[in-house]
Design a protein around this ligand. Sequence first.
Ligand SMILES: Cc1cc2nc3c(=O)[nH]c(=O)nc-3n(C[C@H](O)[C@H](O)[C@H](O)COP(=O)(O)O)c2cc1C
Length: 199
Amino acid sequence: MTDASAPDPRLLFFAGSTRANSFNKRLAKLGAMIAEANSIPATFVDLADYPMPIYNGDLEAESGQPENAHKLKNLMKAHTGVMIVCPEYNASITPLLKNTIDWVSHVRDEGEAPLEVYRTRVFALASASGGGLGGLRGLMHVRAILELGIGALVLPEQFALPRANDSYDEHGHLKNKDQTEQFKAVIQKLARAARVLHS
Ligand SMILES: Cc1cc2nc3c(=O)[nH]c(=O)nc-3n(C[C@H](O)[C@H](O)[C@H](O)COP(=O)(O)O)c2cc1C
């Protein structure tokens, strides 16, 4: 039974790569398309549009937090669930994603509890890689950062796309129907969890 008073879930999708032809960006975009096709409002954003310097405490003390960190935090706030699609670099998170998470974790507007935006959304993780494990190992680190470091709620379900160089058709969909269904199941669970958390 769904709570009629709960707001409709809104999902934000972004990837931890800014590469033009990024497999992970394509998966994040596809995730937003799948959500919309299933009547779940969704937004895809490209971190290339939110550049930030590498975090440095002196820089923060002198210049404050980058405007793009505020913009991203507000975007997260405007959605109830967030899917992060992250490439695996040396079995871990990309520096881009870690830097983005770190800057946003320091943005605290007046009246907000520390880390409030992270602690009041639901997160889901996905990855894509040309390798056989699909970037699965990197997601363990992304999960640890969000859960242990930040106190965010992260779904146990996640999706990893192996051999991503041969997995997309010309429309950006996955060629493999089973993989599409697995990815869709994670997105639908994210939407359900976001609805429950905000009811
Ligand atoms: C520094 C570096 C380390 C990498 N380490 C891994 C790895 O541990 N496992 C893996 O599957 N792929 C690894 N890769 C390959 C990436 O998965 C591949 O470049 C992928 O296309 C990056 O994601 P993107 O397409 O979204 O930009 C690595 C790539 C780089 C640049």
